[in-house]
Design a protein around this ligand. Sequence first.
Ligand SMILES: NC(=O)c1ccc[n+]([C@@H]2O[C@H](COP(=O)([O-])OP(=O)(O)OC[C@H]3O[C@@H](n4cnc5c(N)ncnc54)[C@H](OP(=O)(O)O)[C@@H]3O)[C@@H](O)[C@H]2O)c1
Length: 332
Amino acid sequence: MQAMVIDKYGKFPMRLAEVPIPEIEEHEVLAEIHAASINPVDYKIRDGKVKLLVKYKMPLILGNDFSGVIVKVGAKVTRFKVGDEIYARPRKSKIGTFAEYIAIHENDIAFKPKNLSFEEAASIPLVGLTTYQAFHDILQLQKGQKILIQAGAGGVGTFAIQLAKLMGATVATTASEAGMNLVKSLGADEIINYKTERFEDRLNNYDAVFDTLGGKNLEKSFDVVKEGGKIVSVSGLPNARFGREYGSGFLKTILFSAATKKITALEKKHNVQYTFLFMKPSGNQLRIITNMIESNKIKPVIDQVFSFKDAQKAMDYSESGRAKGKIVLKIR
Ligand SMILES: NC(=O)c1ccc[n+]([C@@H]2O[C@H](COP(=O)([O-])OP(=O)(O)OC[C@H]3O[C@@H](n4cnc5c(N)ncnc54)[C@H](OP(=O)(O)O)[C@@H]3O)[C@@H](O)[C@H]2O)c1
């Protein structure tokens, strides 16, 4: 099969390679991939920035979510059959969706929403699960609460605005002029043009912040949240609590603790809880997201669809950081 691979960590372009179709284990299915989406984690993995959390063998097929059709099932697969249309975020040890086929555990899969094309469906799993885990598992967002979603026009942000509104929250978000209309159309209540205004001057007493930017934006988010509130970040640094829960081991946990000293001090000063989220695959949670999509409560937001041969161009576009919604690769 054809696949987009890297041979070593670093800022090298992906290479189109002929590689064997993966073998399946007894709880896995083989899926023919129709579409995959690009996520910033793809170029972060390529650059070796995720090495502390997951180590990969080279050559590595990149790609972290997809939609497709099952062409083979393992001996112990119970919930899926050949011909099923599915979508998924594979587990981190088994990524590789920029390819014609993937072997994937049945627990990581859900049926593709019936009202979406393969390209639309491929745009959902990683950002959908990330947001669901942030809002449902960590923030336990309640009706009437106020949340700031950073970078509302991005792949995560466009899903997050819709989910927060669905959960009954009031949503503030940051965007540039180019993203204003999009975030408004998705239901954002307060829109801050981050190029001309400081969000921390405009917002206060918020219940929660969903941080997708990290750095100074994360630090300033503490000024926005009320006492007892929560910040969940997908772009900040993992802290010691994350290290313990993720089973990172003693040394890495110490390292995380040292790197997040400032954040820990801000947590104490503001009496706000900081959580770093490294999203997990979950077929069960993806099924919940399927229901939201099939009942037209959440819709995919796609910036651009690229052909498979243009995968590197798609990755470069993602890396520009300017996408409005998701970037998708049409593979079949
Ligand atoms: N830890 C995890 O499990 C996890 C999971 C998912 C995502 N993530 C991370 O979350 C981050 C966001 O992912 P994504 O897919 O949403 O990225 P993305 O789609 O590439 O985000 C691009 C968007 O961000 C906006 N943006 C850039 N700088 C901004 C700023 N300072 N303020 C407000 N908006 C800004 C851009 O708007 P303009 O062009 O208008 O500036 C653009 O629309 C990435 O770092 C990704 O790796 C982590």
